[in-house]
Design a protein around this ligand. Structure first.
Ligand SMILES: Cc1cc2nc3c(=O)[nH]c(=O)nc-3n(C[C@H](O)[C@H](O)[C@H](O)COP(=O)(O)OP(=O)(O)OC[C@H]3O[C@@H](n4cnc5c(N)ncnc54)[C@H](O)[C@@H]3O)c2cc1C
Length: 392
């Protein structure tokens, strides 16, 4: 399609990657990214990128992937219940800080000739461009104000996205039982000095612990420090007694976004603006970046916007729908996690790995049998190094 000037709303992974790929495909097109935030500031901590995602990114843009992998950190996975720990080897999964990922993507976008305008909030209507790519995230104003048939389904449980200022040895999945109920963490290291530490719980436990009030009292640009203090005590074991840190961290219900249409006239939605998938399958960044690949290919292949947007949707709907279904199953599995606490931890890890139905039990067993390290060996926690030790 003819492209003279393209405006991208949102400098998250989806918007930045789409802008770079587009500029590489169409060097004469003027590509501008409008990002409301400033460089180096973003929400959250680290995100995980699986082997399949890395393969897809390598095929689309090997230079960017090389720098992402260099800035990321590999880790194995462990599940811990009381004093029992099991480990599963995974040498391709990387964790990377969102700030690092965005810095790599910003650098590569600029290198390709994309213009980045930070501190600039724009609406789809006030961009001077032939095409607007709306990569403005889960709370997309473009989606809310436009004709995309968007729906939002809020999860039953609540989560808190916090972090640590030391690297955990592996990814850790561990429950903490308190007088108010059960909290569960999914945590993993993503740099030599930091880990993501996601915590979730059910609504009753959240209320009993008094977190409805602390959530209300926390300003939108601050972190819920009362919850962080409570949880760092509850998770003192996996944390090795160290602190949890926040980054505008507050209790939230995960919102699953779906849209009947991903485009309207000159505007096309991409990433979280169009669809979300529960964080427990760690795929939102993947989906946003893979959307970018498909959108740019479609814009390059089709003679006009209608054809390009229809092709983009036809290519992306099946994998996005499939991942949203896997994410739904994974979300339900985690929401019912406390009822499985009496299951032997080895079985719990296998149930976790196969929870969404995309990793058949046979394949999981075969993959781990081929591994040069022990497959999933149960060991008492006391025989392992403290979880706060940096990996050797
Ligand atoms: C707790 C949690 C854990 C997660 N863990 C993982 C993980 O392990 N792996 C993974 O792949 N994904 C993970 N995700 C999902 C991932 O963070 C998102 O899916 C991903 O960031 C989506 O990218 P995006 O570019 O579509 O949107 P975003 O990253 O949200 O970027 C949107 C950008 O648009 C900007 N913006 C919004 N409106 C405007 C406007 N009007 N004008 C200008 N700028 C605007 C925002 O400031 C923001 O920078 C996780 C999400 C959560 C909540």
């Amino acid at each position: 399609m003819q492209l003279r000037r393209v405006g991208v709303l949102g400098g998250g992974p989806g918007g930045l990657y789409a802008a770079r790929l587009l500029k590489l495909a169409r060097p004469s097109c003027d590509v501008i990214v409008y990002e409301q935030g400033e460089p180096g500031t973003t929400f959250g901590f680290g995100v995980g990128l699986a082997a399949g995602t890395q393969r897809n990114l390598a095929a689309a843009d090997p230079d960017t992937l090389r720098d992402i992998v260099a800035a990321g950190r590999r880790h194995d996975m462990t599940m811990q219940v009381a004093d029992r720990v099991v480990r599963v080897h995974n040498d391709r999964l990387i964790g990377i800080a969102r700030t690092e990922l965005l810095a790599v993507l910003q650098r590569h976008a600029e290198k390709a000739g994309v213009r980045l305008e930070f501190g600039t909030r724009r609406g789809a209507g006030d961009v001077d461009a032939d095409t607007v790519i709306a990569a403005d995230g889960i709370s997309s104003a473009t989606r809310e104000d436009g004709d995309f048939g968007g729906t939002i389904e809020a999860g039953r449980g609540l989560y808190l996205w916090c972090g640590t200022d030391f690297p955990l040895a592996d990814a850790v999945f561990a429950p903490a039982e308190t007088e108010h109920g059960t909290f569960v963490t999914h945590a993993y290291p993503y740099s030599d000095g930091q880990s993501t530490f996601l915590i979730e719980t059910d609504e009753q436990t959240w209320r009993r612990a008094g977190f409805e009030a602390t959530t209300e009292q926390t300003p939108s640009d601050a972190s819920d420090l009362s919850s962080l203090r409570y949880l760092q005590q509850a998770f003192a074991g996996p944390l090795g007694g160290r602190a949890l840190i926040g980054n505008r961290t507050r209790w939230t219900r995960f919102r699953t976004v779906r849209c009947q249409r991903w485009s309207s006239e000159r505007t096309v939605l991409l990433g979280d603006a169009a669809h979300t998938a529960h964080y427990s399958i760690g795929s939102g960044t993947k989906l946003a970046m893979e959307d970018a690949i498909a959108l740019v290919e479609a814009m390059d292949a089709e003679p006009d916007a209608a054809g390009a947007f229809a092709r983009y949707e036809a290519v992306r709907r099946p994998p996005v729908g499939r991942l949203q279904e896997l994410a739904r199953r994974s979300q339900l599995w985690w929401e019912s996690f406390p009822s499985r606490l009496n299951v032997p931890v080895e079985q719990l890890l296998v149930a976790y790995m196969t929870r969404a139905g995309n990793v058949p039990l046979g394949r999981f067993a075969a993959t781990n049998r081929r591994s040069s390290r022990p497959p999933w060996a149960g060991t008492p926690a006391s025989t392992r190094p403290p979880r706060s030790c940096p990996p050797t």
